[in-house]
Design a protein around this ligand. Structure first.
Ligand code: PLP
Length: 356
């Protein structure tokens, strides 16, 4: 039976990426060696790195003055690297979920990191709207897509201080006005590549303003100077990211994929809204994520949660259980998720409704 991969991360990749990765594992760029065993300093891998950065810049329309870095450590490492590199005394955070809260926690270790607003009291089921960002903070940190709770900030904000965004789970899902951000980071394992590589897009002129000494590995300037090869980069994950970016370019880029993402999400949200067994956890359509779609059983059908979960699994729907902190269901509909898989899930939801 066909399996449909709705896991939140690591998650579905384009079939193109999988196939090219298999080829690259067998033989990389005519070298007679596997991508798994080649030197990161070989001219073939340096070319792969440069092409991946070029595609990254092209697809996101990254203006001059920004650098793209590929690092280790995951988005979680960025939770401390960002304040280390950008916060002299004070920073501001919007608390929209578990990852946002973790980012704030790390920043607090290094200075006066303030929470400007939080939706925690309502289990993060909305994006806070009216809040004041302190002018004297060195940056404002947001998490554009809240992978666990299924909310998303889909518009680029205008703020007066440097804007920093964790885009782990919505990078490349829509066009982004990069010029509005000082720094964007994310783990690649949601929408780009297998686990192991972290991307950072950083504006050169926000760096070098803090007085604390920075360990080399935690200093963005060291990685800029080393062109992401200060130490051994995650070679295979970068190669796989290059394949995903080629696939995305061929498909028409982020504008084209955004259209598909909007269509896919609408198909599933419409069914959650319509089906008597289910209800959405995020009510405001403006806040609903296009990448992670969350729902629970309706009040009268709570006892059907486990039976639906089993029924969905037996029909090839993998990874739709909600995060352990929220329960219910979550279908991740990243770029690589075909519309047919979303339609298949909706079919299963309808069939289960007709049986109950
Ligand atoms: C998955 C995720 C993270 C954590 O990423 P790691 O690479 O595992 O550190 C952080 N932020 C968001 C929004 C995520 O979805």
């Amino acid at each position: 039976m066909k399996k449909h991969n709705f896991y939140a991360g690591p998650s579905i990749l384009p079939q193109y990426t999988i196939e090219k990765s298999i080829e690259g594992i067998k033989e990389f760029a005519g070298t007679g060696l596997s991508i798994l065993e080649i030197s990161h300093r070989s001219k073939e891998f340096v070319a792969c790195m440069n092409d991946t950065i070029a595609l990254f810049k092209e697809l996101l329309d990254i203006p001059a003055g920004y650098h793209v870095l590929f690092l280790g450590g995951g988005a979680s490492m960025q939770f401390c690297m960002v304040p280390m590199n950008l916060m002299e005394k004070k920073s501001a955070y919007l608390n929209t979920g578990e990852w946002a809260g973790k980012a704030l926690k790390e920043a607090k270790l290094l200075g006066n990191a303030v929470e400007v607003a939080s939706s925690k009291e309502q289990l993060f089921n909305y994006i806070p709207k009216n809040y004041t960002i302190p002018d004297d903070a060195d940056y404002f940190h947001i998490t554009t897509n809240n992978t666990i709770y299924g909310t998303e900030i889909k518009k680029d904000m205008d703020v007066k201080i440097p804007l920093v965004a964790d885009m782990s789970s919505d990078i490349f899902s829509r066009p982004v006005d990069i010029s509005k951000y000082a720094l964007i980071y994310g783990g690649a394992q949601k929408n780009l590549a297998p686990a192991g590589v972290t991307f950072v897009i950083v504006k050169e002129d926000v760096l070098g303003k803090v007085s604390r000494p920075l360990p080399s590995m935690l200093d963005y300037r060291v990685h800029i100077k080393g062109e992401s090869m200060f130490n051994t980069p995650p070679v295979f994950a970068i190669f796989a990211a290059q394949q995903t970016l080629k696939w995305l370019k061929e498909l028409g880029g982020v504008g084209a994929i955004q259209k598909k993402n909007i269509e896919k999400a609408a198909i599933l949200y419409n069914e959650i809204d319509r089906n008597k067994l289910f209800k959405p956890t995020i009510s405001d359509p403006e806040d609903r994520s296009l990448m992670n779609i969350c729902w629970v059983m309706s009040d009268n059908y709570k006892e059907l949660e486990k039976p639906f979960s089993d029924f969905a699994k037996s029909n090839g729907m993998l990874g739709i259980e909600g995060h352990r902190s929220v329960g219910g269901f979550r279908a991740s509909t990243y770029n690589a998720m075909p519309r047919e898989s979303v339609e298949a899930l909706v079919g299963v939801m309808k069939e289960f409704e007709s049986k109950n």
